[in-house]
Design a protein around this ligand. Structure first.
Ligand SMILES: [Zn+2]
Length: 593
């Protein structure tokens, strides 16, 4: 059982952020006091942070909202659907790190502040000219588009509200926006930026869509069924309640979960909820708050939510209980793991409270009745029991899987079978348990490669197989001593495949007579059929040339650069692209510019 002191936690959070701590603070007064503190700093001298944009702040994403395999570590500020909105430093300090990547945050700036925090600005289109020149010189020095540059303190000092970059759509994005983060510099933990007086209007309380009740032991039932049940929720007379207001019959150990989102004024985007508390007959059983977390623990989201429901129906449910293998730090009070034993024959009241950081509160209240009922337990045949807190090995003639300690959040009744595969695959298909059970750590999967001829061994990799469509996707890995081995992070259908096909290079700025069709740049689309692109190089007139790479559009682009490029002559360009299995394609061309 985990029990942490609210006061101590909040104090720790605010102290590490350099904020003043009020010692008499209690959790129920936390939000009003915080707002008092912030309005003080608003009306007083300069605020600690200012908005990084000069346009009205609307959010398309908030802190700790639920994303695939992670919690969102910042806020996403809308940029009116366009790129090129000027970005300003939220506080004084110095640029401490600059990252350029074809995925993730794309172009990103990190600014370290004297109060012990670092602000992060992601998916930028471009850096301010002097910063851009510095980055480009480092890219030519390292002969790499992708760079991660630590920057010394004296190089780019910045004042609060100083222009630093333009917003964009670089890296892993679904549209133009600014990803903005505040981190504790020492621990690198992201903290909730809305602790600070950002001009974000929020009068909208979280919305609750549905409730899930899960029977948690063999003889438990919900609505006389051994499976979990989902109840639609409606809003009436200022409160959320179950549709038609039923008294739900349950028995045994049960857990609750809710599907909910929060919203900000003037924006339709679904955001994440800040905190949740679950009460059983007026007593608190479970509580979390999204104040801060560490990147190391972000993957525990797969235990925080009902993972099976996400995989099957793409719905996100916050569970109000803690799995034994879930070490997430956001839970500030948990009693009996958040689970209820309902065997007393009585009616009970469950109350779930959701709130945002601006004090808007939503309440769902409903009744359950303890009703004894003969349930035929669902017993499944399984191959092996895997303990969540132990290292486990599963081994058969053609397959071995090593699961390190703490790979699961609960014990797993592991199932495995073999199926014959189609002829493009070089092993049977191994049906490895179910993709609805999450893996926290990577497991080492080895499949016997007895159908593989020697000269093809270096082209072998593991793939996941969609048995409905036959579609295969790379799971990586390589041949070693009669097996193909890869680290996997999800269950599913696995087999051995080959990648012998080189990546494709498609010119986008050259016509069939090799004449340039674009004025200031030259672009190519680069794609690979299976193992994925490992590296690419552009050599222009015998020298390494910077090609920017955007993985989501498969595009590489070189901008002609007066400092490094001589005009009015014929140029030689070689583009070389290699995949993860060593297949290589070279595109050579010459053009006049
Ligand atoms: Zn973001």
């Amino acid at each position: 059982m985990i029990l942490q002191n609210h006061k101590v936690m909040i104090k720790k959070n605010l102290q590490t952020l350099g904020l003043k701590v009020l010692h008499s603070m209690q959790i129920k007064y936390f939000i009003p006091i915080l707002i008092l503190h912030l309005s003080f700093s608003l009306s007083g001298q300069t605020p600690e942070y200012v908005s990084p944009v000069k346009i009205p702040v609307f959010l398309s994403g908030n802190f700790a909202e639920l994303r695939s395999n992670h919690f969102h570590s910042g806020i996403d500020i809308k940029t009116q659907g366009i790129i090129g909105i000027p970005i300003y430093s939220a506080a004084s300090g110095f640029i401490s790190r600059i990252v350029v990547s074809p995925t993730g945050y794309g172009l990103a700036l990190y600014i370290e502040h004297p109060n012990g925090t670092t602000s992060v600005y992601g998916h930028l289109e471009s850096f301010r000219d002097d910063i851009a020149r510095y980055v480009k010189s480092k890219q030519y020095e390292q002969e790499s588009f992708r760079v991660d540059l630590p920057v010394s303190k004296s190089l780019f000092p910045v004042k609060q509200d100083e222009f630093i970059a333009k917003s964009g759509n670089t890296g892993s994005t679904g549209g133009p926006h600014l990803h903005f983060e505040i981190r504790d510099t020492k621990t690198e933990e992201p903290v909730n930026p809305l602790f600070y007086p950002f001009p974000v209007a929020d009068k909208i309380a979280p919305h609750i869509y549905s409730l899930m009740i899960t029977p948690m032991n063999e003889f438990a039932h919900v609505n006389y069924q051994a499976q979990k049940a989902i109840f639609p929720v409606e809003f009436s007379e200022g409160k959320f309640r179950l549709k038609n207001n039923p008294v739900v019959p349950v028995y045994g150990v049960v857990g609750f979960a809710v599907q909910a989102n929060d919203f900000y004024d003037g924006s339709h985007n679904r955001c994440g909820i800040y905190s949740m508390r679950m009460f059983w007959d007026g007593e608190l059983y479970f509580s979390f708050r999204m104040d801060r977390f560490s990147f190391d623990e972000s993957r525990y989201i797969n235990s925080h939510i009902d993972y099976e429901e996400l995989i099957n129906t793409k719905q996100w449910f916050h569970k109000a209980w803690q799995d034994p293998g879930n070490r997430l730090s956001i839970y500030d009070y948990i009693r009996d793991s958040g689970l209820l034993r309902v065997t007393d024959g009585n009616i009970h009241i469950v109350r779930i409270e959701l709130s945002d950081l601006h004090g808007n509160l939503s309440i769902l209240e409903f009744r359950v009745e303890s009703k004894s009922h003969r349930i035929v337990p669902i017993r499944t045949e399984y191959t092996q029991l895997l303990r969540y807190d132990k290292a486990n090995r599963f081994s058969e003639e053609n397959i071995t899987i090593d699961f390190p300690e703490n790979t699961f959040y609960n014990d797993v009744e592991f199932m495995w079978k073999q199926k014959p595969a189609s002829e493009n695959l070089f092993s049977d298909i191994h049906v490895i348990h179910q993709n609805t059970v999450p893996l926290h750590n990577s497991a080492k999967l080895s499949i016997k490669a007895d159908k593989l001829e020697k000269e093809l061994q270096e082209k072998a990799l593991l793939v996941t197989v969609d048995t409905l469509t036959g579609k295969i996707s790379s799971a990586g890995g390589s041949y070693n001593k009669g097996f193909v081995t890869a680290n996997i992070r999800s269950f599913g259908n696995y087999a051995i495949a080959l990648d012998t096909i080189a990546p494709r290079i498609i010119p986008l700025s050259l016509n069939d007579k090799s004449a340039l069709t674009e004025f200031n740049r030259i672009r190519f689309r680069i794609t690979d059929d299976l193992s994925g692109i490992k590296e690419y190089t552009g050599i222009l007139d015998g020298k390494w040339a910077l090609f920017e790479y955007d993985a989501k559009t498969n595009m590489i682009v070189h901008y002609f650069d007066r400092e490094r490029f001589e005009l009015e002559k014929r140029h030689q360009l070689t583009v070389k692209v290699t995949d993860n299995k060593g297949n290589e394609n070279i595109h050579e061309t010459s053009f006049w510019k």
